[in-house]
Design a protein around this ligand. Structure first.
Ligand code: MG
Length: 368
């Protein structure tokens, strides 16, 4: 295929509820979409970067710059036989994983639509339904959190993840366990602690948590290995794993026993497939994390989570949890058994993209 047209769209999406983690609160979200066209057929990618450099060093503006000045010009009007070629084509561009993933996603979607194949079938996903877990941000008080957990349990989410930070950790987990002794429960610190805080995690060890996600620095691997020696609850790295090479190092020194894979954090679907192959080889379980995606990114994540190594519940919830405006059809709804069905309504990411809706809600559009 030859990509002959490319467009960027920036949308401001209001979140249904503010989402708070250890590094701040998100009330609305500027979402960047890229649309690539080849002979009139369109493929879509969604960029998960935030307005500021809070989760990673990338921002919405840095992604607009990298996508429009480098990534798209480097691939436009060139023959591409398979989406996996993108990584090679852009190898000289260092870092910028989220910008790369957005463009690569659009190439996979476009390729699938041209070939008449779903993304799931292109990458070898095997499951029809994926397990859905819920991630609950830091709340104003424990009663609000306990009520939200109760609602999640009633909706049959398969596990609950609680964001923690200093002052909202051991005490709140004890409260949750008093009320929900058998709840499949995990915590995510988003790098809020240091190795000197290890006693907090030693204390958390008694609450039968499924895992502790990214307790230490966002770039660290070695301190996580030291912490893992002190506790029996598995550590799961998120922010620290930016490539299959990071994953290999972290597994080798026992810094991570589970990996939260966000395709956008590692530079795209091709790198995700390398981590999937590694996980299969060393028998490490994976699950797919979320970045408050709208429907386009969500559809991609559900397809990725259908790979055989993604055996744990994913941070992929139903569409209505985050947004009331939808950019795809059909939207994702939670099944009665706490799963989401892998979309196969159309080729590519499996859902129709509502281009009119994207056009109407855009605050910025750019031809590249
Ligand atoms: Mg995380």
């Amino acid at each position: 295929m030859i990509i002959d047209k490319a467009r960027l769209y920036l949308l401001r999406m209001n979140l249904q509820h503010p989402f708070r983690t250890s590094f701040g609160e998100t009330k609305d979200r500027d979402m960047l979409f890229v649309c690539l066209e080849a002979g009139g057929i369109k493929g879509w990618g969604e960029c998960v970067s935030e307005a500021g450099p809070w989760y990673s060093g990338e921002t919405t503006n840095s992604c607009i710059h990298i996508i429009s000045e480098y990534l798209v010009p480097w691939i436009k009007n060139k023959e591409i036989l398979h989406p996996k070629e993108f990584k090679e084509m852009c190898m000289s561009i260092k870092g910028n994983q989220m910008a790369k993933a957005c463009v690569e996603d659009a190439i996979w979607d476009l390729f699938g639509r041209i070939e008449g194949k779903t993304l799931q079938s292109l990458i070898g996903g095997t499951k029809e339904k994926i397990a859905s877990g819920i991630s609950l941000g830091i709340q104003q008080n424990k009663d609000i959190l306990l009520q939200k957990i109760q609602t999640a349990v009633e909706k049959k989410y398969q596990r609950v993840k609680i964001k923690i930070e200093h002052g909202w950790d051991v005490g709140i987990i004890k409260e949750i366990r008093d009320h929900f002794p058998d709840l499949p429960l995990m915590v995510d610190a988003n790098s809020a602690y240091r190795l000197k805080d290890k006693d907090i995690f030693v204390n958390l060890d008694r609450y039968d948590l499924l895992m502790i996600e990214q307790p230490l620095q966002y770039y660290d691997i070695i301190d996580h290995a030291s912490l893992q020696k002190e506790i029996s609850t598995p550590i799961c790295l998120d922010e620290s794993i930016k490539s299959v090479d990071d994953a290999r190092v972290a597994i080798e020194i026992d810094a991570t026993r589970i990996i939260n894979v966000k395709p956008a954090r590692v530079g795209g679907i091709s790198e995700t497939l390398l981590i999937h192959n590694l996980a299969k080889e060393v028998k490490i379980p994976l699950w797919c994390g979320g970045m408050l995606e709208t429907g386009i990114g969500r559809a991609k994540n559900v397809s990725v989570a259908s790979l055989s190594t993604f055996t744990l519940a994913n941070d992929i919830s139903e569409s209505a949890r985050y947004y009331s405006d939808y950019v795809i059809e059909p939207i994702f709804e939670l099944n009665a058994d706490g799963t989401l069905t892998v979309p196969t309504k159309s080729a590519g990411i499996g859902v129709e993209v509502l281009e009119d809706q994207i056009n109407r809600n855009s605050i910025k559009k750019m031809e590249i």
